[in-house]
Design a protein around this ligand. Structure first.
Ligand code: NAD
Length: 430
């Protein structure tokens, strides 16, 4: 199951069905994406040759509004993964009550092996390939793994060239200069940090006494770590694909973030190479190397998987010693592992709640583009906190009803009921 994120998503839905007030016929409908487009992308590389890439765009469900979801560049992208991610987007948008359906895109590629020019050509070709599906009122892409504001700028430009005028609203996560919103880059990490703080309030525990381990120190993981460090938690471990840095006394998160922003890897950091900082002050931690599997099993208060799906499975769940797991990544826990964590009373805040900061602020960007008006950072952050906070409260209220076994099932119950209700009101076409 860990190998198939789509099966994992279906199993999560099945766990929630008995608690959700959803017509069984509609429930079965919600297990299938509306459509998935597969595109072939021949790209002339800077090195001279032509490489043929494969990409996807899945539109999962649009009962509640236009499709919304990121685009991922990664060698392990598959159609099933993109469809699972599109499903999760649907449940997220419903849980935080945004007027969106769910979608996702992906291109099978290793961005580290491509130049900026190659990435631009690939992005423009992919945008051309999915151009007939996306649009400011139909399907609005955003960044995900290995894509960023520059990628969104190329997508927006390509789409606009075909339309003959500038269409900022066709993507979110854009640079500020072309219609982006303040706060979007760090929004998902900020949401993870807010959710962790709210969880500790709910559990009546003190976050300033807590230790945190973060798997995946990328956009989401690094921002979550930085904000939790600011909030007084002790971030003892963080990793990337090359492994992790571990210091039980706490990592020097700002310096580590500077190193990673400057293109540095964890394996360099733990070997003493720190990028982007002056020689006279490198770092105050004494971080040693730790591998990604060992990081997951650290005896910490909060484990934040913020990299890829399927990392907490039946094979390693017995090694997990954290008392809370906040899922920053999409689909990091398999259903088999989830059941064991629930039995062991480990609080797992599910991805469809914990990582919704990104889609919330994407929505706020889209609204500002519609208004042709821009909001200050404080307004964006306050609205993010209000929306994710109320989704947290609703999920906790459902969980505290005593009926559902865990927070994921509580969150799914709300998301499925909202989506099914939209289907019921709209009826079945024709
Ligand atoms: P990113 O590319 O910025 O960072 C990913 C990090 O994970 C990098 O440090 C990378 O080295 C590391 N990594 C990759 N493969 C790994 C592996 N097998 N083991 C350990 N580490 C590994 O990506 P991101 O945008 O931070 O996304 C991370 C996760 O959060 C993904 O699951 C993504 O779908 C999810 N997410 C992202 C957003 C967003 O706004 N960017 C929103 C919601 C959810």
């Amino acid at each position: 199951m860990a190998d198939d994120p789509f099966e994992n998503m279906l199993a999560q839905m099945d766990r929630a069905e008995e608690y959700a007030e959803v017509d069984h016929g509609i429930f079965e409908r919600l297990k299938h994406p509306e459509r998935t487009l597969k595109v072939t992308l021949p790209v002339k590389l800077e090195s001279g040759g032509v490489e043929v890439f494969e990409g996807y765009r899945c539109q999962f469900d649009s009962a509640r509004g236009p499709f919304k979801g990121g685009v991922r560049y990664h060698p392990s992208v598959t159609q099933r993964e993109v469809e699972a991610l599109a499903g999760w987007m649907t449940w997220k948008a419903a849980l935080v009550d945004l007027p969106y359906g769910g979608a996702k895109g992906g291109v099978i590629c290793e961005p580290k092996e491509l130049t900026d020019r190659d990435l631009e050509r690939l992005t423009r070709r992919y945008t051309e390939g999915i151009r007939r599906m996306i649009g400011p009122e139909t399907d609005v892409p955003a960044p995900d793994m290995n894509t960023n504001p520059q990628t969104m700028a190329w997508m927006m430009d390509t789409y606009s060239m075909y339309e003959g005028y500038t269409v900022p609203k066709v993507v979110t996560g854009k640079p500020l200069e072309i219609g982006g919103t303040p706060g979007r880059v760090e929004a998902t990490g900020r949401g993870v940090s807010i959710i962790t703080e709210r969880l500790f309030e709910y559990l009546e525990r003190d976050l300033t006494e807590a230790t945190v381990a973060v798997q995946g120190f990328g956009n989401v993981g690094a921002n979550a770590a930085r904000l939790l460090d600011d909030a007084g938690a002790r971030v003892v471990a963080a990793s990337d694909v090359t492994g992790g840095a571990y210091d039980p006394e706490g990592l020097d998160v700002p310096t580590l973030a500077t190193h990673v922003d400057a293109g540095g890897l964890m394996e360099e950091y733990t070997a003493g190479v720190v990028r982007g900082v002056s020689d006279d002050r490198t770092r105050w931690d004494e971080a040693g190397h730790i591998d990604n599997e060992t990081l997951l099993s650290l005896d910490v208060d909060v484990l934040i998987p913020a990299a890829v799906e399927g990392v907490i499975t039946a094979h390693n769940v017995d090694d997990i010693r954290a008392s809370a797991v906040v899922e920053a990544a999409n689909g990091p826990t398999t259903v088999a592992a989830d059941e064991i964590l629930t039995e062991r009373d480990v609080q797992v805040v599910p991805d469809i709640l914990a990582n919704t900061g990104g889609v919330i602020v994407s929505y706020l960007e889209w609204v500002q583009n519609s208004q042709e008006f821009s909001w200050p950072l404080q307004t964006v952050n306050a609205e993010l906190e209000r929306r994710i906070g109320s989704a947290f409260d609703e999920t906790i209220a459902r969980y505290d009803d005593g009926d559902v076994p865990d927070l994921r099932t509580a969150a799914y119950t709300i998301a499925l009921e909202r989506t099914a209700s939209a289907h019921e009101y709209r009826g079945l076409f024709p």
